[in-house]
Design a protein around this ligand. Sequence first.
Ligand code: DX5
Ligand code: ZN
Length: 218
Amino acid sequence: MKISPSILAANLTKLSESLGKLDINAADFIHLDIMDGHFVPPITFGEQISAAIKKETTIALDVHLMTSNPEAEVLKYIPLEPHNITFHYEATKFPVRLAEQIRKSGIKPGIALNPSTPIAVIKDIYTFFDLFLIMTVEPGYYGQSFLPNSLARIAEFNELRKSLSEKTDHFPLLEVDGGVNADNAVMLREAQVDIAVAGSFVFKSDDPCAQIEILKGK
Ligand code: DX5
Ligand code: ZN
């Protein structure tokens, strides 16, 4: 299981120091939580802080847009050449068109599902996305508890991914986000999660890399 530390949970006044604590051999990605004060209540940071983060690290960026109007927001993150740009299913009527636009830019399109969005919605959009992000908390804040129905949702996703991959020859990544810690990491690894985002568990420690190793079961 790869780990994508959410920089939102680090000390935002000491970004450079926090990024310096992430070793490329431990942190597979840096997760950027973009919140617009509209799709979710808080505002975090945008493309300029994200560009500053990119300058400070060689670790691949994992962009998570928790914004309304992702059609406009996506354009701001394409120049950063992240590994993926993930927008929310609940935020757009035209997910396929936007996915194709991201793919044309050479970036993996990702789509995030809130905990109350049925997993079955992936069926009709499956081949257009390289990454599905299953939210394991409601988006908006770091430090929340992992929602108990998440494991059943991950299992449902895996069943669907199995049958759809046989039909389409497409096998997208499964990422989970919210409340990931040492207690649930074992279950997530067993559930074939490809990437787990972790904010507080990684950054509320003096040794983020050691925390990442714990999540990886090393
Ligand atoms: C929640 C964000 C998450 C959050 C993760 O809205 O999308 O990425 O920062 O933080 P933890 O691991 O503390 O739940
Ligand atoms: Zn996130």
